[in-house]
Design a protein around this ligand. Structure first.
Ligand code: ADP
Ligand code: ZN
Length: 216
Protein backbone atom coordinates (compact mmCIF):
# COMPACT_ATOMS: atom_id res chain seq x y z
CA UNK A 1 0.00 0.00 0.00
CA UNK A 2 1.25 3.47 -0.92
CA UNK A 3 0.18 6.12 1.55
CA UNK A 4 0.79 9.74 2.36
CA UNK A 5 0.12 11.17 5.82
CA UNK A 6 -0.90 14.82 5.65
CA UNK A 7 -1.44 17.11 8.58
CA UNK A 8 -0.21 20.20 10.35
CA UNK A 9 2.96 20.00 12.39
CA UNK A 10 1.90 18.38 15.66
CA UNK A 11 -1.14 16.67 14.14
CA UNK A 12 0.39 13.31 15.01
CA UNK A 13 1.62 12.44 11.51
CA UNK A 14 4.88 10.98 12.73
CA UNK A 15 3.35 9.26 15.72
CA UNK A 16 0.72 7.46 13.63
CA UNK A 17 2.89 6.82 10.60
CA UNK A 18 5.45 4.98 12.75
CA UNK A 19 2.66 2.79 14.16
CA UNK A 20 0.65 2.18 10.98
CA UNK A 21 3.73 1.29 8.89
CA UNK A 22 4.67 -1.94 10.73
CA UNK A 23 0.97 -2.86 10.96
CA UNK A 24 0.66 -2.88 7.15
CA UNK A 25 4.22 -4.02 6.43
CA UNK A 26 5.66 -0.98 4.66
CA UNK A 27 8.46 1.43 5.57
CA UNK A 28 7.65 4.81 7.07
CA UNK A 29 9.56 7.59 5.36
CA UNK A 30 9.81 10.93 7.12
CA UNK A 31 11.53 13.62 5.07
CA UNK A 32 11.94 15.60 8.31
CA UNK A 33 13.84 12.67 9.85
CA UNK A 34 16.03 12.34 6.77
CA UNK A 35 16.86 16.05 6.91
CA UNK A 36 17.60 15.87 10.64
CA UNK A 37 20.05 13.03 9.90
CA UNK A 38 21.77 15.30 7.36
CA UNK A 39 22.01 18.04 9.99
CA UNK A 40 23.44 15.65 12.54
CA UNK A 41 26.04 14.33 10.11
CA UNK A 42 26.79 17.81 8.81
CA UNK A 43 26.55 16.71 5.16
CA UNK A 44 26.49 19.08 2.19
CA UNK A 45 22.70 18.95 2.22
CA UNK A 46 22.77 19.44 6.00
CA UNK A 47 24.77 22.65 5.68
CA UNK A 48 22.42 23.97 3.02
CA UNK A 49 19.22 23.43 5.04
CA UNK A 50 20.25 24.10 8.65
CA UNK A 51 19.03 27.68 8.96
CA UNK A 52 15.92 26.99 6.88
CA UNK A 53 14.84 24.16 9.13
CA UNK A 54 15.60 25.93 12.36
CA UNK A 55 13.43 28.85 11.30
CA UNK A 56 10.52 26.55 10.49
CA UNK A 57 10.56 27.23 6.75
CA UNK A 58 10.41 24.65 3.99
CA UNK A 59 13.46 23.12 2.38
CA UNK A 60 13.54 23.95 -1.38
CA UNK A 61 11.55 21.54 -3.55
CA UNK A 62 14.62 20.44 -5.59
CA UNK A 63 16.44 19.31 -2.46
CA UNK A 64 13.36 17.50 -1.18
CA UNK A 65 12.77 15.73 -4.50
CA UNK A 66 16.41 14.66 -4.63
CA UNK A 67 16.25 12.86 -1.27
CA UNK A 68 12.82 11.39 -2.06
CA UNK A 69 13.96 9.96 -5.40
CA UNK A 70 17.01 8.59 -3.67
CA UNK A 71 14.94 6.95 -0.95
CA UNK A 72 12.65 5.32 -3.54
CA UNK A 73 15.62 3.44 -4.96
CA UNK A 74 15.80 1.23 -1.87
CA UNK A 75 14.31 -2.25 -2.08
CA UNK A 76 11.98 -1.94 0.89
CA UNK A 77 9.56 0.37 -0.97
CA UNK A 78 8.53 -2.43 -3.34
CA UNK A 79 5.70 -3.32 -0.93
CA UNK A 80 4.68 0.29 -0.61
CA UNK A 81 5.39 3.14 1.78
CA UNK A 82 4.03 5.73 4.14
CA UNK A 83 5.38 9.19 3.40
CA UNK A 84 5.16 11.35 6.48
CA UNK A 85 5.79 15.06 5.95
CA UNK A 86 6.00 14.74 2.18
CA UNK A 87 4.71 16.14 -0.15
CA UNK A 88 4.36 19.55 1.43
CA UNK A 89 3.88 21.80 -1.60
CA UNK A 90 1.82 21.46 -4.78
CA UNK A 91 5.04 21.31 -6.78
CA UNK A 92 6.28 18.36 -4.72
CA UNK A 93 2.93 16.60 -5.14
CA UNK A 94 2.95 17.08 -8.89
CA UNK A 95 6.55 15.88 -9.22
CA UNK A 96 5.77 12.89 -7.01
CA UNK A 97 2.78 12.04 -9.20
CA UNK A 98 5.17 11.60 -12.13
CA UNK A 99 7.27 9.07 -10.22
CA UNK A 100 4.69 6.88 -8.50
CA UNK A 101 0.99 6.38 -7.80
CA UNK A 102 -0.60 6.76 -4.36
CA UNK A 103 -3.43 4.61 -2.94
CA UNK A 104 -4.68 6.99 -0.26
CA UNK A 105 -3.84 10.15 1.64
CA UNK A 106 -4.57 10.14 5.37
CA UNK A 107 -5.45 13.68 6.43
CA UNK A 108 -5.08 14.26 10.17
CA UNK A 109 -7.40 17.03 11.32
CA UNK A 110 -6.56 18.51 14.72
CA UNK A 111 -7.63 21.86 16.26
CA UNK A 112 -4.86 24.46 16.47
CA UNK A 113 -5.02 24.83 20.26
CA UNK A 114 -4.31 21.13 20.74
CA UNK A 115 -1.45 21.34 18.24
CA UNK A 116 0.26 24.19 20.06
CA UNK A 117 -0.05 22.47 23.46
CA UNK A 118 1.25 19.26 21.98
CA UNK A 119 4.27 20.68 20.19
CA UNK A 120 5.51 22.70 23.13
CA UNK A 121 5.45 19.55 25.28
CA UNK A 122 6.90 17.21 22.63
CA UNK A 123 10.26 15.55 23.25
CA UNK A 124 12.21 13.33 20.90
CA UNK A 125 14.93 10.75 21.46
CA UNK A 126 18.29 12.15 20.43
CA UNK A 127 19.41 8.68 19.29
CA UNK A 128 16.48 6.89 17.64
CA UNK A 129 13.97 9.68 16.99
CA UNK A 130 11.11 8.14 19.02
CA UNK A 131 8.50 10.69 19.96
CA UNK A 132 7.28 11.36 23.52
CA UNK A 133 5.20 14.02 25.21
CA UNK A 134 5.75 15.26 28.75
CA UNK A 135 1.99 15.80 29.12
CA UNK A 136 0.34 12.93 27.27
CA UNK A 137 2.88 10.30 26.17
CA UNK A 138 5.33 10.28 29.04
CA UNK A 139 8.39 8.07 28.91
CA UNK A 140 8.66 5.45 31.66
CA UNK A 141 11.68 7.25 33.06
CA UNK A 142 11.89 11.04 32.85
CA UNK A 143 14.19 12.33 30.11
CA UNK A 144 15.00 8.83 28.84
CA UNK A 145 13.84 6.98 25.72
CA UNK A 146 11.77 3.82 26.43
CA UNK A 147 13.11 2.13 23.32
CA UNK A 148 16.85 2.75 23.40
CA UNK A 149 17.64 4.66 26.61
CA UNK A 150 18.74 7.72 24.60
CA UNK A 151 18.36 11.23 25.96
CA UNK A 152 15.06 13.02 25.26
CA UNK A 153 15.45 16.52 23.88
CA UNK A 154 13.25 19.31 22.57
CA UNK A 155 13.56 19.96 18.84
CA UNK A 156 14.95 23.42 18.01
CA UNK A 157 11.82 24.15 15.98
CA UNK A 158 9.44 23.18 18.81
CA UNK A 159 9.57 26.57 20.52
CA UNK A 160 6.37 28.63 20.54
CA UNK A 161 7.69 31.25 18.12
CA UNK A 162 8.86 28.76 15.52
CA UNK A 163 5.70 26.68 16.00
CA UNK A 164 3.54 29.67 15.00
CA UNK A 165 5.70 30.15 11.90
CA UNK A 166 5.46 26.47 10.99
CA UNK A 167 1.68 26.58 11.32
CA UNK A 168 1.55 29.55 8.95
CA UNK A 169 3.81 27.78 6.48
CA UNK A 170 1.53 24.74 6.70
CA UNK A 171 -1.61 26.81 6.01
CA UNK A 172 -0.12 28.60 3.05
CA UNK A 173 1.91 25.87 1.38
CA UNK A 174 0.63 22.48 2.48
CA UNK A 175 -3.10 22.88 3.11
CA UNK A 176 -3.80 23.31 -0.64
CA UNK A 177 -2.71 19.67 -1.01
CA UNK A 178 -5.85 18.54 0.82
CA UNK A 179 -7.98 19.90 -2.04
CA UNK A 180 -5.57 18.58 -4.63
CA UNK A 181 -5.84 15.00 -3.32
CA UNK A 182 -9.53 15.30 -2.45
CA UNK A 183 -10.30 16.02 -6.10
CA UNK A 184 -8.49 12.80 -6.95
CA UNK A 185 -10.71 10.96 -4.44
CA UNK A 186 -7.76 9.92 -2.28
CA UNK A 187 -8.39 11.69 1.03
CA UNK A 188 -9.26 9.83 4.23
CA UNK A 189 -10.06 12.36 6.96
CA UNK A 190 -9.15 11.40 10.50
CA UNK A 191 -10.58 13.98 12.89
CA UNK A 192 -8.93 14.00 16.28
CA UNK A 193 -10.27 16.71 18.54
CA UNK A 194 -9.88 14.91 21.83
CA UNK A 195 -6.62 16.09 23.40
CA UNK A 196 -6.62 13.10 25.73
CA UNK A 197 -6.96 10.42 23.08
CA UNK A 198 -3.86 8.23 23.10
CA UNK A 199 -2.27 6.98 19.86
CA UNK A 200 -3.53 3.51 20.81
CA UNK A 201 -7.09 4.81 20.63
CA UNK A 202 -6.67 6.62 17.34
CA UNK A 203 -4.67 3.92 15.58
CA UNK A 204 -7.53 1.40 15.14
CA UNK A 205 -9.64 4.11 13.50
CA UNK A 206 -6.96 4.66 10.87
CA UNK A 207 -6.39 0.93 10.29
CA UNK A 208 -10.14 0.33 9.94
CA UNK A 209 -10.41 2.93 7.16
CA UNK A 210 -7.34 1.54 5.39
CA UNK A 211 -9.04 -1.86 5.12
CA UNK A 212 -11.30 -0.47 2.40
CA UNK A 213 -8.50 0.91 0.27
CA UNK A 214 -7.85 -0.69 -3.10
CA UNK A 215 -4.17 -0.81 -3.90
CA UNK A 216 -2.97 0.06 -7.38
P1 ADP B 1 6.67 18.74 11.50
O1 ADP B 1 5.65 18.06 10.65
O2 ADP B 1 6.47 18.49 12.94
O3 ADP B 1 6.87 20.18 11.17
P2 ADP B 1 8.88 17.38 10.11
O4 ADP B 1 9.84 16.52 10.83
O5 ADP B 1 7.97 16.74 9.13
O6 ADP B 1 8.09 18.12 11.27
O7 ADP B 1 9.67 18.54 9.35
C1 ADP B 1 10.61 19.35 9.99
C2 ADP B 1 11.20 20.36 9.02
O8 ADP B 1 11.87 19.69 7.95
C3 ADP B 1 10.18 21.25 8.30
O9 ADP B 1 9.81 22.37 9.07
C4 ADP B 1 10.95 21.63 7.02
O10 ADP B 1 11.90 22.63 7.27
C5 ADP B 1 11.70 20.35 6.70
N1 ADP B 1 10.94 19.46 5.79
C6 ADP B 1 10.53 18.19 6.06
N2 ADP B 1 9.86 17.66 5.02
C7 ADP B 1 9.80 18.63 4.07
C8 ADP B 1 9.22 18.70 2.76
N3 ADP B 1 8.55 17.68 2.22
N4 ADP B 1 9.37 19.88 2.08
C9 ADP B 1 10.05 20.91 2.59
N5 ADP B 1 10.60 20.91 3.80
C10 ADP B 1 10.51 19.78 4.55
ZN1 ZN C 1 15.55 6.16 21.52
Amino acid sequence: MKLIFLGAPGSGKGTYATRVAPAIGVPQISTGDIFREHLKNNTEIGKKIKSIMESGNLVPDEVVMEIVKDRLKKDDVKKGFIFDGFPRTLEQAEEFGKITSVDAVVNLVVPEKIIIDRLTSRRVCEKCGSIFNIMSMKPKEEGKCDKCGGKLIQRKDDTLEVIMDRLNVYKKQTQPLIDYYRKKGLIIDIVNDNPNASPEQVLPRILEKLKNIQTK
